[in-house]
Design a protein around this ligand. Structure first.
Ligand SMILES: Cc1cc2nc3c(=O)[nH]c(=O)nc-3n(C[C@H](O)[C@H](O)[C@H](O)COP(=O)(O)OP(=O)(O)OC[C@H]3O[C@@H](n4cnc5c(N)ncnc54)[C@H](O)[C@@H]3O)c2cc1C
Length: 229
């Protein structure tokens, strides 16, 4: 999502990276904000098979916009559990539709069921910070359930931050986050294999920098206990 910084100022002056967790009306799904980039820039994120988007803020160069990821949590049970495959197939189809580039669409166009064009984008009160995109229709690429979740999630967020769900809000796709399976281990991060500890995202026990670091400290404390100084 990318929108004018002024829309987010009221909350980001209190908390630089606010986390909103929303349960959507239609599907009862979990949607959340992630990685709020104040005065930030949307950037490309190149994977082996597709190009997604991400965001960052810089110390000396400020834009007039805020961007953040808006993520719908997907859990699968049977016959497949592999959400990574599912996410990658969505990302691939999105890239195919975008001719190898991410798709950019205004929220108003998404709701009206039409693709965005540069002419329509120019009429908005926001200038995209990332232009290596194809203006298109995200509803052609993302599953209906995810599109509904995104629209309903933004409408819920709009009640707290008026303007978030404005027609001019920009959506870039695909943005996906993949998580590892969680290994079996005890509360000290020790696996069943003697002497082997697993920590961080790869072990499936964290999803962010501080969490990953904390799991490393927990393991290190347990290892230190066993060392005879
Ligand atoms: C684009 C992006 C944006 C993110 N933004 C945020 C954010 O704003 N805030 C936040 O809190 N978190 C963010 N995260 C998540 C955060 O980066 C991770 O949760 C965190 O880095 C996990 O730390 P880690 O040490 O477990 O794993 P990593 O940081 O992935 O470290 C694993 C290391 O192991 C190395 N490695 C892999 N295989 C081998 C091997 N065989 N031999 C030797 N070395 C190997 C890798 O090169 C890597 O350096 C973001 C992640 C991504 C991808």
């Amino acid at each position: 999502m990318e929108l004018p910084q002024i829309v987010m100022d009221e909350i980001t002056t209190i908390n630089w990276d606010p986390k909103f967790h929303i349960i959507t009306k239609t599907y009862d799904d979990f949607v959340r904000t992630f990685c709020v980039c104040n005065h930030g820039f949307v950037v490309e994120e190149v994977y082996d098979n597709f190009m997604g988007v991400n965001g960052h803020s810089m110390r000396d160069k400020l834009s007039d916009n805020t961007n953040f990821a808006f993520l719908v949590r997907v859990e699968l049970t049977e016959p497949i559990e592999n959400t990574s495959d599912y996410a990658l197939s969505i990302a691939t189809i999105t890239n195919n539709l975008g001719g190898g580039k991410p798709i950019l669409q205004r929220l108003g166009d998404l709701k009206k069921g039409r693709r965005s064009t540069w002419t329509r984008l120019e009429k908005s009160n926001i200038i995209p910070t990332f232009d290596c995109v194809t203006h298109g229709d995200i509803a052609m690429a993302l599953p209906h359930r995810i599109v509904v979740d995104i629209i309903e999630g933004l409408e819920a967020l709009d009640k707290v931050l008026p303007g978030v769900a404005s027609d001019s809000t920009l959506l870039y796709a695909p943005e996906i986050k993949l998580y590892s399976m969680r290994l079996e281990m005890d509360k000290n991060m020790k696996t069943k294999i003697e002497g082997l500890y697993a920590v961080g995202d790869g072990a499936g026990v964290s999803r962010r920098i501080v969490g990953a670091a904390a799991t490393g400290i927990i393991a290190a404390r347990d290892i230190i206990k066993k060392i005879d100084f």
